[in-house]
Ligand binder design. Structure first.
Ligand SMILES: Cc1ncc(COP(=O)(O)O)c(C=O)c1O
Length: 423
């Protein structure tokens, strides 16, 4: 039994999720196909939850990582909150069973509709990213005769993340407001009739494997909270965002247990020393909870040699899984039924773009036309970023839960792809 992940292992030369053969699932549902181990999602969520036993916390799962109802409903049943970035996101969170006070709305350019929905749904927190936005919230909340709970998103000038496109915390990025502006906006918000400022928020970036960045984030947020305290106001909530990385290709990832012990003491001690009561925390993990739960199954259409490369041309493309093309991400890809011998292969999809490549020159057991491959750790920013580019159907998704295999999302049909056309 060769383990590739705690829940993904070979049994008698066949790749399985907890003993269920992936070749059987591919035969039943076709490829490309996402297969999610829902029990693994729950294990990861529970690990996060147990890391924060000593504090009051809202684990507001970031829906952008994977917003399939199979996932969001499962997490809501475990008690998760939701981080969303649109009015539809708020609605999906409610449909999933998340209680409104646990819903967080983020985003640097919210529409009036997003804000209307957030206020009428009485969600727990709207993280504000500009003075203009604060004024807009005040107007909409006043019209609705409600009091909006807001946080101020601070741009802490911390640059971290595995790729420039997933860094968000630097001064050159569009997110949040400066530390000085945050203090001003918080004080201004406190004077507004229809706004209750409760939080400071930051999200530095994604796929971060360096604990010191999160320590710095916590320390900086605390120091801004103290500035605000000196003005006679309190910050009862700190929202530390998401961003913890996972191990895609053997990198050393940090755990939420380490994160919790690094940040909670910094926060608690500073608050206590200054006579403030310990704040409630919000975290917004996405990738950490769902990434390793999922494989993307693909079938090899053709094998060919061109120049120095031996290509495996598979039936999944960048429209199905964009992380390698967009972020240069490296994912482990392994055969579902490994053959004898080895060869060095590059793996490309059907889309006519040179970036539609999943791997460049990796060593694999010999592969033939018709063989099945599994791309690992496909659970975060996989199906949620899939598109119909090249008029290709978004793949089907199945879940495995308590030993049962169930369809979670149908494969797109041509009718579905054309449904919104008005011509
Ligand atoms: C504001 C915000 N919160 C949370 C997340 C989730 O990040 P991750 O999936 O890295 O945990 C993101 C993703 O980029 C985000 O932009």
């Amino acid at each position: 039994m060769e383990k590739r992940r705690p829940h993904i292992f070979y049994v008698d030369g066949e790749l399985t999720i907890r003993g269920i053969k992936l070749s059987d699932i591919a035969s039943a549902y076709g490829t490309p196909l996402y297969v999610i181990d829902l029990d693994r999602v729950v294990e990861r969520y529970d690990e996060v939850a147990s890391s924060f036993r000593s504090v009051k916390i809202n684990i507001a799962y970031a829906y952008k990582a994977n917003s399939l109802l199979a996932v969001t409903k499962t997490l809501a049943m475990r008690g998760s909150g939701a981080t969303v970035v649109s009015s539809y996101g708020i609605k999906v969170a409610k449909i999933s069973g998340v209680e409104s006070p646990k819903i967080v709305l983020d985003g640097p350019s919210k529409s009036d509709d997003d804000i209307e929905e957030a206020i009428s749904s009485e969600i727990g927190l709207i993280n504000v990213e500009s003075r203009d936005e604060l004024d807009t919230i005040e107007k909409i909340a006043s019209r609705q005769k409600k009091k909006a709970r807001v946080g101020i998103r601070v741009n802490l000038g911390l640059r971290a993340g595995a790729h420039p496109k997933i860094m968000t915390g630097g001064r050159s990025h569009k997110f949040g407001v400066s530390e000085r502006e945050a203090v001003k906006l918080f004080a201004l918000a406190a004077k507004m009739d229809s706004i209750k400022p409760i939080a400071l928020h930051s999200h530095i970036g994604s796929q971060i494997n360096d604990l010191s960045v999160f320590r710095a984030e916590a320390a900086k947020l605390v120091s801004i909270a103290l500035e605000i305290h000196k003005k006679g106001l309190e910050v009862p909530v700190l929202d530390l965002g998401g961003g913890l990385g996972v191990s895609y290709a053997g990198e050393k990832a940090i755990s939420y247990r380490e994160f919790a012990s690094a940040v909670t003491d910094v926060i608690r001690n500073a608050y206590e020393e200054n006579g403030m009561s310990t704040p409630e925390l919000v975290i917004e993990p996405g990738r950490y909870i769902v990434a390793d739960s999922t494989v993307l199954l693909m079938r090899v259409n053709y094998v060919k040699k061109l120049g120095r490369r031996r290509w495996l041309l598979v039936d999944a493309g960048m429209n199905d899984f964009i992380r390698p093309a967009m972020y240069g991400a490296k994912h482990e890809i392994i055969p579902v039924r490994p053959r004898e011998g080895t060869e060095v292969y590059s793996i490309g999809g059907p889309v006519c773009e040179s970036s539609d490549v999943f791997a460049d020159r990796i060593k694999l057991p010999m592969v033939e036309r018709g063989d099945l491959l599994a791309l690992l750790d496909a659970g975060a920013y996989g199906i949620s970023m899939a598109s119909n580019y090249n008029i290709r159907p978004i793949p089907a998704v199945v879940v495995i839960s308590a030993g049962e295999v169930k369809l979670a999302r149908k494969r797109d049909s041509l009718e579905h792809i054309l449904a919104m056309e008005a011509w």
